[in-house]
Design a protein around this ligand. Structure first.
Ligand SMILES: Cc1ncc(COP(=O)(O)O)c(C=O)c1O
Length: 394
């Protein structure tokens, strides 16, 4: 796979590239705007996925589908191979996405008015899912120590101790700050959740996107006692750029929790079965071929990140790119420029014509930061950085 082949995405109904899509995030866009928002890569899906999908399309019949052992075995293979987690077939619940799964978990394991803990700055639908379901967002803010985000365990314990708070939604690797939580950090979280008997939903959607020899540890492998309180969210969507196939797998080891979760799904949908094309995506990606493709992708992402970091250091030194351990989303600090939210947005959208995710959407902690998606062709990244440099020099 050559990630350097440029793929034109304009006109392909891409949410990231269409003007309507970009306007979800930006106040100003035009035909020249470069989209570097939403966690969606500009690369083609693996060719073996395209081939498998084409074969299925050529069958021509798309009635109700089911999935067999080959589907479940591919998920079991992937989680064992990548994360050293031995899971059972019965633990796997396919869903049409991770965000729907967060909502099912909130509905299944908490009551209206209960507190759900999130760790800002964090992926905005965590807050959204809690609020939409009439639960209360409880923020265990991450601490920025020099240029590294850490968990405030003292505050987390206070919040878990509170009987009104029923659940923690963990983001590992963390979007947008790029941390891959260490084994010790995860053990501390597990200890606290066991002590206070609180559910932990571990969103591991970015877990395959680990950069620069960092090590990912799944919440599932450290202490089997946490299995009675654990929901782990996985997906092919970020790893293989297949968000449009809507195929996620949620791992819930405890029978009782799983039953409650599936009951919530039944209220709004039929039997939990991935759609025909999503199932093909899962089976073809979670394979040895998928692993090879992923290793090539990671090399390209690392190069892009290093290019971005060096460019900022050399040419716009007041704008700081924080270190990254996982994901393809750079977290960039604009605080030294002292621009207010509106000025910064104007510079980026109107002058540089780049569309990024403003840090404030991840919580107040994200103000004066931006999240920039560098999973794009290197020439696009370079052009965006040149434009940024020009806009900031004006
Ligand atoms: C942490 C995290 N969870 C979930 C999602 C979205 O998942 P889905 O599209 O499967 O609902 C994203 C997408 O960016 C994400 O970053």
């Amino acid at each position: 796979m050559n990630f350097n082949n440029y793929v034109e995405r304009k006109g392909s109904d891409s949410r990231k590239w269409s003007l309507e899509g970009m306007l979800e995030m930006a106040s100003y866009v035009d035909e020249n705007s470069i989209p570097m928002w939403v966690a969606d890569m500009d690369f083609k899906a693996p060719d073996f996925v395209e081939k498998a999908l084409l074969e299925r399309v050529s069958h021509g019949v798309f009635g109700y589908n089911t999935v067999g052992d080959d589907y479940y075995n591919s998920v079991i293979f992937w989680l064992k191979n990548k994360n050293n987690w031995d899971i059972e077939k019965s633990w796997i619940v396919p869903t049409s996405g991770v965000v729907p799964a967060l909502c099912y978990a909130i509905q299944a394991f908490t009551e209206p008015g209960d507190g759900v803990i999130v760790q800002n700055p964090v992926y905005p639908p965590f807050k959204g899912s809690v609020e939409l379901n009439n639960r209360k967002v409880v923020n265990n803010s991450l601490k920025l120590i020099q240029d590294r985000y850490e968990i405030d365990f003292k505050d987390l314990e206070e919040k878990l101790k509170d009987s009104k708070n029923k659940m923690l939604i963990l983001c590992n690797p963390h979007n947008p700050v790029g941390r891959v939580w260490s084994e010790n950090e995860l053990k501390n979280i597990i200890e606290l959740c066991l002590k206070y008997k609180k559910i932990v939903v571990s969103d591991e959607i970015h877990s395959d996107l680990i950069l620069f020899n960092n090590k990912f540890t799944s919440m599932g492998i450290l202490n089997s006692k946490i299995h009675d309180y654990l929901v782990v969210c996985t997906s092919i969507s970020k790893t293989f750029n297949l968000a449009g196939l809507k195929a996620s797998n949620i791992i819930i080891p405890n029978n009782n929790l799983r039953e409650k979760f599936i009951n919530e799904m039944f209220k709004v949908a039929a039997k939990p079965v991935p759609n025909i094309f999503g199932a093909i995506g899962v089976k073809s990606c979670y394979s040895k071929e998928g692993e090879d493709w992923l290793n090539n992708l990671l090399e390209y992402l690392e190069e892009n990140y290093l290019f971005l970091k060096k460019y900022l250091e050399e040419r716009i030194p007041k704008v700081k790119c924080l270190p990254i351990e996982g994901t393809y989303l750079a977290w960039i600090d604009f605080r030294e420029l002292n621009l207010d939210e509106k000025e910064l947005k104007n510079k980026l959208e109107k002058e540089a014509k780049i569309v990024i995710d403003g840090g404030e959407i991840f919580g107040n902690e994200g103000k004066e930061f931006i999240r920039l998606n560098f999973a794009c062709h290197k020439s696009i990244l370079e052009e965006a950085l040149k434009r940024l440099e020009r806009a900031l020099k004006n």
